[in-house]
Design a protein around this ligand. Structure first.
Ligand SMILES: [Zn+2]
Length: 383
């Protein structure tokens, strides 16, 4: 087994499940065990490692390779957490090698990309190639839920010129993606016996008017000016809950809203704009409450990374034999918060996003090996 495969198998075998706000806990949850392993790995390589605490038991790991005489510094970013394992048809934490693939939770998203980045980083440390860029290797927490790890990482000035964020992009360069903001809307009413509904105020009826106005707003967004690659912004009501039983007029109802933003929009503006639309359509909103968003994820805007694309593409082409495509993707990544803090960012990594979060998640090992060489070559090219 080659070094990158062995490392990937180790990473997959250590659970680092993000509870995704469900209040789950236990040894398989959160990133702590994986962070301990990674800290040991960096120490064995002989590099200093900083543990940046994001929340209790959740640390970003940050290591640095100083290249002698380098003009630029790259930030390599890979997240430590995975989504949960509900409904998986394979043993999530017993990595299995079959048909040139490695199976297991996180193999594709994004421990494959992390193993490739780490082996490229280790090679830089050992070989110290002349003229290469300096590299900061960051292993973040909580990418899959609220991006607190990359937001914390973005707070510090690490002196990086460009961030490369690992996600399964099939070795294509992603220079833009959508952002997202998610929040709850609650309606209030007055409960009473359902045999005399006129004595109460039905919160579900109020919510029905809110939801149909939101559907109208979603239609308006879908016809608004699109991003040339990503299309228009969107809004979707994804969950509804309210009332306690058929014989009680309900005094509350709640919906969850997912609003996707495109480059040029701010995620944090999403709720306010929706509220303004509701106010215009429905007038009185006294019984309607917008709760603070639990996710507010900036989009990745392409302009800052554009000057780096020619060098990135030629470094990748030298390894892969073909010039990589530059694409946009609909999902959010760590590049959102890093980019919003002013750092040019691209997303690039091995594996197919269609295999991420699946019941039998796997990654093609040839892609992981290629990615490792490509990350190394990118560091040399951009030095
Ligand atoms: Zn990911």
């Amino acid at each position: 087994m080659d070094a990158v495969t062995r490392l990937l198998a180790d990473l997959v075998a250590i659970p680092s499940v993000n509870p995704m706000g469900r209040g789950l806990s236990g040894p398989g949850f959160l990133e702590g065990r994986l962070s301990d392993y990674l800290e040991g790995w960096f120490r064995a390589l002989g590099v200093e490692i900083e543990r940046q605490t994001v929340s209790p038991g959740r640390d970003n790991l940050i290591a640095r390779y100083e290249s002698p005489g380098s003009r630029r510094t790259l930030l390599f970013d890979a997240h430590q957490d995975t989504v949960p394992t509900d409904g998986m048809t394979i043993d999530p934490f017993s990595p299995e090698l079959r048909d040139g693939r490695l199976y297991g939770r996180g193999s594709c998203d994004v421990k494959g990309g992390m193993a490739a980045m780490l082996t490229a980083f280790a090679r830089l440390v050992r070989e110290r190639p002349a003229g290469s860029a300096s590299v900061i290797m960051a292993c973040t927490v909580d990418e899959e839920f609220t991006h607190t790890g990359s937001s914390r990482l973005a707070d510090g000035n690490h002196g990086a010129d460009l961030a490369i964020v690992a996600e399964p992009t099939l070795l294509k360069i992603v220079d833009r993606h959508k952002g997202a903001v998610r929040w709850k809307v609650r309606t209030r009413g007055v409960a009473c016996h359902s045999s005399t509904p006129g004595l109460g105020d039905n919160a579900i009826y109020t919510m029905a008017r809110v939801v149909s106005a939101l559907a109208e707003y979603a239609g308006e967004l879908s016809r608004s000016t699109p991003d040339p690659v990503l299309g228009p912004p969107s809004l979707s009501v994804g969950r509804i809950e309210g009332g306690i039983s058929a014989n009680v007029v309900p005094d509350w109802c709640e919906v969850d809203i997912d609003r996707r933003v495109i480059p040029g929009e701010r995620a944090s503006d999403g709720p306010g704009k929706a509220l303004a639309f509701l106010r215009e359509r429905l007038g009185d909103l006294k019984r309607v409450e917008f709760l603070p968003p639990w996710v507010s994820m900036p989009p990745l805007v392409p302009d800052r990374s554009a000057p780096f694309l020619p060098a990135l593409r030629s470094a990748i082409a030298r390894v892969g034999g073909a010039t990589p495509e530059v694409i946009g993707v609909p999902y959010g990544t760590d590049a959102g918060p890093l980019g919003e803090a002013g750092l040019p960012c691209v997303v690039f990594g091995p594996g197919d996003i269609a295999r991420a979060h699946t019941k039998d998640e796997w990654i093609e090992l040839d892609q992981v090996r290629l990615a490792s060489e490509m990350y190394f070559e990118i560091a040399r090219e951009l030095g």
